[in-house]
Design a protein around this ligand. Structure first.
Ligand code: ADP
Length: 420
């Protein structure tokens, strides 16, 4: 019976959350999509949806179905996980999904806290920062699917919600769990449905987690999960675990595929280019998924190795992304490349790749679907928020390792470090 039931709006975000929970001593399994069978055994089950950019109504239905499965399995608390850069369109889906979950859980209020200080995402006076930049000057304003042009999350969530949105400011969070609890009561009495919670350090996230021990629903990035395992331990529900992240060993070849156009991924490809065989596909020159996949398959022959990866990337800088989108439309451009990357991943696994890094949230979703991955057991982290995971997909039933990297995550040498 899981203690914590989580609903994540994309695959890499789900992994990042699961990793946070493993680090805090919970065994975590990530399930791909709403499962038809019984949920796997774990302290925390994370249902990974691909609902970040689909129409809001559809995202609500999928999230409610996930919530139902988690409640049926016995989950005592529900966490709705979204991106630490609050990735969403003007119409949602964070607000509509959170409101539907509150209603299902018969709860009046939830906090919203995407902060992840370890990765440079902090919130002050409701404004989200990525490193030294406000969200809307961080590169996120150019995201292919969810351009974020407002750093004021009280305003952003307010535009997506029917209920009103308040703020738990730094001055309150800094004073700890007791002060946060009092502020939550005040906000609830003032008919706020949500409050953006400021958080600049992990200590703030721990205090917020402690303060929300009795909340039916918590919403935020993976950071907000940091304080939750301790709530279950101190309630006597979770034993102390040393080996929460142990994974079965695998042998086989190594590869990286990248469909993220985020700054961090572009930097990682730039570094990999100097050290390992790297193919950069040009979707503007070849706007056809099958042709791109064919090019990659021809190129990879003879280059695969067990000691170092090859890198295959469709990623491009903002002006080239914009050019392709102008030609094909935003959605069609994204889908074309996701199809190509999924096809390339299948070819890599067929060629014997058993350790595969995938850069990009949407890209990871497409690849995992294509490989027939149903669940991921979460292991040790390569960089903050990105663990190796073990899966037994249809394409490699004997088992393989996958690392699903959110576009903006990971150090510059991530693609090399993962295999070192
Ligand atoms: P991130 O984690 O950085 O957000 P995603 O994979 O979620 O990365 O999103 C990146 C999107 O951009 C995907 O839909 C991908 O197919 C698309 N994409 C990748 N390369 C290009 C390109 N060269 N031109 C246009 N779109 C691209």
């Amino acid at each position: 019976m899981p203690l914590l039931g989580c609903i994540a709006d994309d695959f890499t975000g789900a992994t990042d959350l699961a990793s946070t929970l493993v680090r805090q001593g919970m065994r975590a399994v990530q399930v791909i999509g709403v499962p038809e069978d019984a949920l796997p055994e774990a302290d925390a089950v994370i249902i990974a949806l691909k609902s970040r950019t689909i129409p809001a109504r559809e995202a609500v239905l999928q999230s409610l179905a996930a919530c139902e499965a988690l409640l049926a399995a016995g989950a005592r608390q529900i966490l709705f996980k979204y991106c630490s850069t609050f990735d969403s369109t003007e119409h949602g889906n964070i607000g509509p999904v959170a409101e539907a979950l509150l209603k299902r859980l018969d709860a009046p209020f939830a906090i919203a806290c995407p902060a992840f200080p370890t990765n440079g995402r902090t919130i002050f006076q409701g404004h989200l920062f990525v490193g030294n930049h406000v969200l809307n000057e961080s590169g996120m304003e150019n995201h292919p699917l969810t351009p974020m042009r407002d750093a004021n999350l009280v305003r952003v969530l307010g535009r997506q919600s029917e209920g009103s949105v308040g703020l738990i400011p730094f001055a309150v969070v800094e004073r700890g769990a007791g002060a946060i609890r009092a502020e939550v009561t005040r906000l609830r009495d003032a008919n706020r449905r949500f409050a953006i919670a400021d958080a600049i350090t992990d200590a703030h996230l721990m205090a917020l987690g402690e303060a929300c021990a009795n909340h039916a629903l918590i919403t935020g990035g993976s950071g907000i999960a940091m304080g939750l395992p301790e709530n279950f331990r101190s309630a006597g529900l979770l034993p102390a675990r040393e080996d929460a992240g142990a994974l079965p060993e695998v042998g086989g070849l190594c590869a990286v595929i990248a469909g993220s156009c985020s700054r961090a991924t572009l930097g990682q490809i730039g570094l990999a280019r100097d050290h390992v065989p790297t193919l950069e596909l040009d979707a503007l020159a070849t706007p056809d998924a099958a042709a791109l996949a064919g090019e990659a398959k021809a190129w990879m022959a003879g280059k695969l190795d067990a000691a170092r990866p090859i890198v295959i990337a469709a990623s491009a800088p903002p002006e080239r992304v914009a050019a392709l989108q102008q030609r094909l439309g935003r959605e069609a451009a994204g889908l074309l490349i996701e199809h190509a990357m999924a096809e390339i991943a299948a070819a890599l696994v067929q060629a014997g790749v058993r350790r595969l890094v995938i850069a990009g949230g949407e890209t990871s979703g497409a690849v995992v679907q294509r490989l027939g991955v149903h669940a991921l057991r979460i292991g040790a982290e390569i960089d903050p928020g990105v663990p190796w995971t073990h899966a037994t997909p249809d394409a490699a039933p004997e088992g393989m390792w996958l690392a699903l990297k959110s576009g903006n995550f990971g150090a510059r040498d991530f693609f090399l470090k993962a295999f070192a």
